[in-house]
Structure formats: C-alpha cells, structure tokens
Design a protein around this ligand. Structure first.
Ligand code: NAP
Length: 189
C-alpha cells in the first residue's frame, strides 16, 4: 500500500528526458533503480514503457498507463494495461512510480490517495548528452510539490555525480520497513 516515486533529474532545470531518452548514462543510476524496484510492481507511462529494452524490465510487474483501450504489452502475464489513474487510489500492494514526466505529475498532484508516500529524488550534477534530439521533458511541477509537502529523511548520498535524497510526505504514516529497505538499497552500494 506504500506508493514510492523514483526519478533522476538534472540539477537546476529538472530535466528527466530528451525525446524518449534519458540524457545521461550512469551505470549506478540504473543499478539503484533496479535494486529498489526488483520484485516490485511499477507503473510507467506508455512512452517510458516503450523505451524499456524489448519493452520489459525483468522481475517486475509493470502497470502501463495509456488511454489506448486496446494497447497490448510484450508480456501480458506480468505487464498490465491501465487506462484510468484512479485504479491506483485503492491499490492494495506497494507500487513504484517510475515515470515519465506525465505520470509523475499525475501522482504528485493527484490528491491524497495518489500522492507518493516516499520519493527517491536523484539529482544528476553532470552535463546532458548533447547528441540527443527531441523535446526536453522536465518535472519542475513535481519538484515544487516535493519542496512544499515532503521532508528529507536521510542525508544526501552522493555517487557518480548523482546526489540521492529520500523524502517522505509530511504528516503521513510511512511504512518503516519499506523506507528502511529503500535507504539500505541506496546506501549499501
Ligand atoms: N530520468 C528519469 O528518472 C526518467 C524516468 C522515466 C522516464 N524518463 C523519461 O521521461 C520521458 C517520457 O515522459 P513523458 O511524460 O513524455 O511520457 P510518459 O509519462 O512516459 O508517458 C506518456 C503517456 O502516458 C499515457 N498517459 C498520460 N496520462 C494518462 C492518463 N491520465 N491516463 C492514462 N494514460 C495516460 C499516455 O499514453 P497514450 O498516448 O498511449 O494514451 C501518454 O502518451 C522520456 O524521455 C523518458 O526517458 C526519465
């Protein structure tokens, strides 16, 4: 029942993507994402889902948000199509919100039953890949909500030019076992 958002954004401009791509390639960033989400349920927008290699991520159930009623996934046993964000209001298992920008925004601004309980906020301090073409995708709206409604629960953890923060929703009950596991996955690299 815990909702966790996890992203990596570029410092200052909050860019998370250019076109369909993440504009940096840091191995430990992918590893951190894998360690936190492996064995879990994740939710991704259709654009992000299509950008996963072979439209999959091993050892995870993927809920794909799309308005297309007849959208088909690469693995119907483990990947599920969701047409309405409200599906997650009463979701009974933990869910890891994994982008892209439109999906982070739907959850972060979606009211008390959608807002993540925990946010893993990774900030990349290097340069963006200058060779990518396409629209810059940023999550500034989400960072404004984060700054107002969340508080940081561990010091920044820095690795490979990425500073990772963990924040929880102010005034809400947080499942400590989930929080503890996430912090361990981040700090015990
Ligand atoms: N750095 C990171 O941490 C990170 C993580 C993930 C993604 N990204 C990047 O983020 C970018 C993609 O973000 P994005 O915002 O363009 O796309 P997205 O959020 O991945 O997917 C957008 C799609 O989600 C579906 N959708 C949106 N709102 C919906 C709603 N209310 N109900 C049902 N479905 C809905 C729509 O699919 P249909 O058009 O099929 O209806 C929409 O086209 C890429 O560059 C990706 O690499 C970065």
């Amino acid at each position: 029942m815990t909702k966790v958002a996890i992203w990596c954004r570029h410092k200052d401009d909050n860019i998370i993507g250019i076109g369909p791509n993440i504009p940096w390639h840091i191995k430990s960033d992918f590893q951190r994402f894998r360690r936190i989400t492996e064995g879990q349920n994740i939710v991704a927008g259709q654009t992000t889902y299509e950008s996963f290699p072979n439209r999959t991520l091993p050892n995870r159930n993927i809920y794909v948000l799309t308005l297309e009623k007849d959208y088909t996934t690469s693995d119907p046993e483990h990947h599920f199509v969701v047409n309405d964000i409200n599906f997650f209001k009463d979701f009974e298992q933990d869910i890891y919100i994994s982008g892209g920008a439109s999906i982070y925004k739907l959850f972060m601004t979606g009211g008390p039953n959608l807002m993540p309980d925990i946010v893993v906020d990774c900030v990349y301090m290097g340069e963006l890949n200058p060779n990518l073409k396409g629209k810059e995708v940023a999550i500034t709206d989400c960072i404004n909500v984060l700054n107002e409604k969340y508080s940081q629960v561990m010091p920044n953890f820095e690795l490979d030019n990425i500073a990772t923060r963990v924040l929880i929703r102010k005034g809400e009950f947080i499942e400590q076992s989930v929080l503890k596991r996430i912090i361990l996955e981040i700090t015990q690299f």
